[in-house]
Design a protein around this ligand. Structure first.
Ligand code: ADP
Length: 607
């Protein structure tokens, strides 16, 4: 054979065989030897049928005869995907193309054989990965579907979609996305953030949130839709809304009732007070000693009743959120002088000395009337609970960023276990120095609420028998707007991983923050309403829920809208910021970065 053609034949990457009419091998190249695993001398003269797996041989012989009857070239890759049997017994997938080769009137055949094991393995792998992708889709715990972009007909749905909507897969595939929409909603109603109202097969409505991603599916332009059933969340929000409006109207009703009741009570009381005064002054004729004592009892008790009514009314106004604070620049020394002048007579009667030490330059940003009310309350308590001949001192000072006023007395004192409770409504510890309870038990409760409304704090330092010191703070004039009066800001953290909780506690508690952990969206909302945190931190990746829903609800609710929300997540995605989050950090969070963020969003009140 021509040298050049021989080289060409041997260099060919595919196996090449020449076979005579009986199927005997006449020629084979290098690649052919390698492919079948036989030596050339073994192959030459061997029947080509022996290179076909035993079970396929009869069919193969028939093929050969057909070919002989109508010889025509058949290129590779067309229907001729076959199995070849190697010498070692291994079957390999091959592609074969054959063409007739006339030789001296006898029909010979040239076969070119290609080993396609690799291509087949690759195709297998592709098929497997497609099956896996399908499985991921199918097993996804949220409802997912794929629809054709133009017709909006469903091309595929997963098990959860079937479960949620109640249609079978076949039913789904005959529907379009439009068929799911609630008929009563506007035909193309969809809010900006993908909220939709859908209807299940049984007619129930569900609220869903849809995320769409364009894709190709079965060679068509399509969209993958990931749905989230937010019916429960919506219902929760509605329940809250309802509860709130009910509470609001109840509280309005209560305030109205109190206002009218106190009016009704006060009018006859004024009459009682007025007439007993007339009697006491003897204008209608002198009273004997006994009668005078009786009238004094009437006067004293009706005064007490009047104070009680006024206090209750005050408190109910505060509780109903109807307290109006008109803050202005207020000189503390001026206020103290005014307060002292009001109680001077009372103090004199018990021979109690009142001294003041309030620097002239202390100016608070506060409501004068309310500060005066607090001061008078503290002073009259001090007089009430200090034995005759005692001392009272009023002091003013700066306390960090705040201003402080304190009223100290040399009276009977308050035991440590009552230091907090005396600020509760109707809580009274001690008899007064006269041995009778005179007050209403509401004074300090009102003081605390007033002070906190103005952005300050109030507390007592005292020991039984060693006098008491009541101190309250106010923001200074010209300072910043009053901050919430919490010394340790409270962070509400949605994090279900105990180890991560521990770590955050470690980082933040030492820095002066209190942490409240919650582990579900529902709990987040409930706690947010309950504790009104200074900052909410949300972990976005919770099993079965997305922290984004918590964010959405927090931003929807009137009470929680203003609370800054920081989002912590492993995935970098700024959706949260668009939805109103104040900051965004990715996990793992470095300590310094976290602290900087928390300090910025939940600044501490310096006390
Ligand atoms: P009240 O009308 O009884 O004074 P407050 O709320 O003003 O109500 O005070 C609650 C209780 O706190 C008082 O009943 C008393 O037991 C205690 N208390 C208040 N001020 C003093 C004080 N300066 N010294 C001792 N005890 C006090």
């Amino acid at each position: 054979m021509d040298d050049r053609f021989e080289k060409l034949l041997e260099a060919a990457p595919d196996g090449i065989l020449e076979v005579d009419q009986k199927g005997r091998i006449l020629l084979v190249n290098n690649s052919g030897e390698r492919l079948f695993g036989y030596g050339r001398e073994e192959l030459l003269g061997m029947s080509v049928d022996d290179l076909v797996p035993v079970r396929l041989r009869t069919r193969h012989a028939a093929h050969r005869e057909n070919f002989a009857a109508a010889p025509a070239s058949r290129p590779m890759g067309q229907s001729m995907r076959l199995r070849a049997l190697r010498k070692d017994g291994v079957e390999i997938p091959v592609q074969i193309s054959i063409s007739p080769l006339p030789d001296d009137g006898e029909l010979h055949t040239v076969a070119i054989i290609r080993d396609v094991s690799e291509a087949e393995a690759m195709a297998e792998a592709l098929k497997e990965s497609a099956a896996q992708t399908r499985q991921l889709f199918e097993l996804n715990p949220v409802p997912c579907c794929v629809y054709e972009t133009g017709t909006m007909r469903f091309l595929d749905v997963n098990a959860e979609a079937i479960n949620t909507y109640g249609y079978s897969r076949e039913e789904f595939l005959s529907l379009s996305v439009r068929d799911l929409r609630c008929p009563e909603a506007a035909p193309d109603w969809e809010s900006e953030d993908g909220l939709r109202c859908h209807r299940k097969k049984n007619g129930d409505r569900i609220e869903v949130e849809a995320q769409r991603h364009p894709m190709h599916y079965q060679g068509k332009e399509a969209h993958l839709v990931v749905l989230r059933d937010i019916t429960e969340r919506k219902r929760f929000e509605e329940t809250l809304e309802e509860a709130r409006s009910r509470a609001e109207s109840a509280s309005r009703a209560k305030s109205e009732f109190l206002a009218s009741m106190s009016h009704e009570l006060r009018s006859p009381l004024h009459t009682i007070i007025g007439f007993s005064e007339l009697l006491a002054e003897g204008l209608e004729g002198p009273l004997n000693e006994k009668q005078k004592r009786f009238v004094q009892h009437i006067q004293k008790d009706s005064q007490h009743l009047l104070t009680l009514i006024n206090d209750i009314l005050d408190l109910s106004k505060i509780e109903a959120g109807r307290l109006e604070i008109a803050s202005e620049v207020s000189s503390l020394s001026g206020l103290c002088e005014e307060a002292v002048s009001h109680v001077a007579h009372q103090a004199e009667q018990k021979n109690i000395e009142i001294r003041t030490n309030v620097p002239r330059n202390l100016e608070a940003w506060a409501d004068r009337t309310r500060v005066l009310q607090v001061l008078l309350n503290l002073l009259s308590n001090a007089i009430k609970f200090t034995p005759a001949g005692g001392r009272i001192l009023i002091e003013g000072s700066r306390a960090g960023a705040q201003l402080a006023l304190s009223v100290s007395d040399s009276g009977i004192g308050v035991a440590a276990q009552h230091h907090e409770s005396i600020f509760d409504v109707f809580y009274q510890v001690s008899a007064t120095t006269k041995g009778v309870r005179e007050g209403t038990g509401l004074g300090l409760a009102i003081c605390r609420r007033l002070i906190e409304h103005m952005g300050g704090r109030i507390w007592v330092e005292s020991e039984l028998g060693r006098g008491s010191k009541f101190t309250f703070t106010m923001p200074p004039a010209g300072g910043e707007a009053p901050l919430p009066a919490r010394e340790r800001p409270v962070l509400l953290v949605l994090e279900d991983d105990r180890a991560a909780q521990e770590l955050l506690r470690e980082y933040l508690e030492a820095e002066g923050y209190d942490l409240v952990f919650v582990e579900s969206i529902r709990e987040t909302l409930v706690k947010a309403l309950e504790v009104r945190p200074d900052l909410v931190m949300l972990d976005l990746l919770l099993p079965g829920e997305s922290g984004l829903e918590a964010l959405k609800s927090l931003k929807n609710l009137r009470e929680t809208r203003e609370i800054p929300v920081a989002v912590v997540s492993v995935v970098a995605d700024d959706t949260a910021l668009k939805m109103g989050a104040a900051a965004y950090v990715t996990k793992p969070v470095a300590r310094e970065k976290l602290l900087a963020m928390v300090r910025r969003l939940a600044p501490k009140v310096r006390v």
